[in-house]
Ligand binder design. Structure first.
Ligand code: SF4
Ligand code: SF4
Length: 294
């Protein structure tokens, strides 16, 4: 199920748990078990339809939808990205990093997740990764200019959730495997790295409106990014090998990875997608003239 992994997601990505907890309002701090956990650490938990709190965690929540969450949900619902976003998402700008991400739109009056039913989650096998993690939170930490990301976990204990009183014991690793979180994390890796890099660059670095729009497009709509690659002057500016191009024509997962690589190139100079020689020469000229642009 889900609740606070998603609402804490933003805060915890670039901060250690201690720092993140100090910054949190008291009512949020009180539900976190402030102990760093690794994949072999254990906790007791069980969620099942007979439990008296069944469905209590599926309303009044903020769920950030990752690119792979959206792909899985819209395939399940047989919707285009545009139709899915219109119906189920609201853009939200991350406080640090200024990047826009889609939030699941809750029912306006009841505050319930649109997929919540009396019988449980109607999209269970395609539910978002935040729902898969709950009651575990994932914290990702990246120091400025560091190449590696530090990852750890923590327990979320909310008074309404009685699953913690059950005796079933799990390691974090067993829980992630059981809930299918691992596959989602692997698929969302490029997107997560982008957010972490942007946040670790600090508040002094601004993200242009245009780059924010490209980031949102990469996060939500591989079809739109595909049109940008194939129907603009993109391929005159960037070198992309034929094998990659062939894959990008139909493979949405590959398109999301490619879009993230391009954003790393233009936002952080990672050169994941190399410029064509002529575009490189133009860039060098602009740099010499004092107007650098990638
Ligand atoms: S046990 Fe926790 S996760 Fe399961 S339904 Fe109850 S509140 Fe939700
Ligand atoms: S997607 Fe499913 S598990 Fe997640 S909040 Fe909605 S109903 Fe609950």
């Amino acid at each position: 199920m889900s609740d606070n992994p998603s609402s804490h997601f933003e805060r915890d990505q670039a901060l250690g748990l201690d720092q993140a907890m100090r910054d949190m309002p008291r009512e949020v701090r009180n539900i976190l078990h402030p102990v760093k956990m690794g994949t072999t650490d254990r906790f007791c938990f069980r969620c099942h339809p007979e439990i008296d709190c069944f469905n209590a965690c599926c309303s009044q929540i903020e769920i950030i939808l990752t690119p792979y969450d959206i792909l899985r949900l819209r395939r399940r619902l047989n919707l285009t990205a545009e139709a899915f976003l219109f119906e189920y998402a609201t853009p939200y700008t991350l406080a640090k990093g200024q990047l826009p991400v889609p939030l699941m739109r809750m029912h306006e009056e009841t505050g319930k997740c649109p997929f919540n039913t009396p019988e449980g989650c109607s999209v269970y096998s395609d539910r978002p990764v935040a729902c898969r993690y709950y009651p575990i939170g994932l914290a990702l930490m990246r120091e400025e200019n560091a190449s590696a990301t530090d990852e750890f976990f923590y327990l979320i204990k909310e008074s309404f959730c009685h699953g913690h009183q059950e005796s079933r014991s799990w390691t974090i690793g067993e829980w992630r495997a059981d809930q299918g979180s691992d596959g989602y994390d692997a698929r969302n890796q490029g997107w997560m790295e982008l957010i972490l890099k942007r946040r670790s660059a600090g508040d002094g670095v601004s993200t242009s409106v245009q780059m924010s729009e490209f980031f949102y497009m990469a996060s939500t709509n591989p079809d739109a990014f595909r049109r940008f690659v194939f129907e603009s002057s993109f391929l005159q500016r960037y070198t992309v090998d034929q094998e990659t191009l062939t894959r990008l024509v139909e493979d949405d997962e590959a398109m999301i990875d490619f879009a993230c690589d391009w954003l790393k190139t233009v936002l952080f100079g990672d050169r994941k997608i190399p410029l064509q020689p002529q575009a490189l020469a133009e860039l060098a000229q602009r740099k010499a003239a004092g107007t650098p642009r990638t």
